[in-house]
Design a protein around this ligand. Structure first.
Ligand SMILES: C[S@@+](CC[C@H](N)C(=O)[O-])C[C@H]1O[C@@H](n2cnc3c(N)ncnc32)[C@H](O)[C@@H]1O
Length: 274
């Protein structure tokens, strides 16, 4: 497990990531004392459809004032949105030391550090007491986690009774092979895709009840199609996910889009209640 987690951390590693983002902001002529969330939105939400889909997910419930745990928070964009727009007190947890450092710095930069906190940790061993959070939130994380049972049992354990679990996932739909690199894995060695029915079985087993389920696949396809048109016309954005995905960004996105179109993968979001 140590080895696997190290390989996953290495996959996501971008040394000096925060400094790179600062440089990109400066190159855009943005005053570093006046950075807004929208200035960093291109890079701090690492999932298909970025901030737009997070906002939709947040609007599926009344989250006002909730305590939220974002499992696998990445750079913390959704945490800052929940803090800023929904008055939530948010904790982000992620395996990547560099992402956690960057998440903390970005929150300071946009002056949301009093309402967001970030810790390095493993989603399959959450460092929190039982029944701690009103809401658990996770987006595009479980694909890196082989022990799904532990992942969902930990989520259920730290969620309060009556609390909600919100997810946005890339899931397997077909039974064929998947091409790599993918944004979450350069090879199949750190990729553990599974199907929606299997996720539902775990969540039900751990005492959660499905309240909402939305097929996001077509919106993801439309988004990626439009992104490729934009990339062709204008080239890579100054502040975009290419800062995280590096030189193989295009191939990773081509693979995701191809599998969404072929029906091998699907995008799903939804809500469960404990
Ligand atoms: C594709 S990114 C998504 C980040 C964030 N949820 C977002 O949507 O912006 C996947 C994240 O999952 C994290 N991750 C993978 N395995 C993890 C684990 N076992 N525990 C905690 N985080 C993990 C990675 O470090 C990475 O930040």
């Amino acid at each position: 497990m140590e080895n696997l987690n190290q390989n996953i951390e290495n996959h996501y590693l971008k040394e000096e990531l925060y400094e790179d983002i600062l440089n990109r902001l400066k190159e855009q002529g943005i005053d570093l004392n006046e950075v807004k969330r929208s200035d960093i939105a291109g890079v701090d939400e690492f999932h298909v459809r970025g901030a737009a889909v997070s906002k939709e997910l947040a609007d599926s419930l009344n989250l006002d004032g909730a305590t939220v745990l974002d499992v696998g928070c990445g750079l913390g964009g959704p945490c800052r949105m929940l803090a800023d727009e929904y008055n939530c007190q948010v904790t982000g947890l992620d395996l990547s030391k560099e992402y956690i450092r960057t998440a903390k710095e970005l929150s300071k930069l946009v002056k949301l550090d009093s309402k967001t906190s970030f810790i390095k940790g493993d989603a399959t061993s959450l460092p929190f007491e039982d029944n701690t959070f009103d809401v658990i939130w996770t987006q595009h994380v479980q694909m890196n986690i082989p022990n799904k049972e532990k992942f969902y049992s930990e989520i259920s354990r730290v969620l309060k009774s009556g609390g909600h679990f919100l997810y946005y996932e890339i899931l397997k739909k077909g039974d064929g092979e998947v091409n790599y690199p993918m944004p979450w894995a350069s090879t199949s060695e750190i990729s553990f895709l599974f199907k929606e029915a299997e996720m539902d079985n775990f969540l039900t087993k751990f005492g959660l009840t499905k309240e909402q389920s939305n097929d996001q696949t077509i919106y993801g396809i439309d988004f990626l199609d439009a992104l490729f048109v934009k990339l062709k016309e204008f080239g890579p954005p100054k502040i975009g996910l290419n800062a995280l995905m590096g030189e193989t960004t295009k191939q990773k996105l081509v693979n995701v889009l191809g599998h969404l179109k072929s029906g091998e993968l699907e995008l799903k979001s939804g809500v469960y209640k404990k």
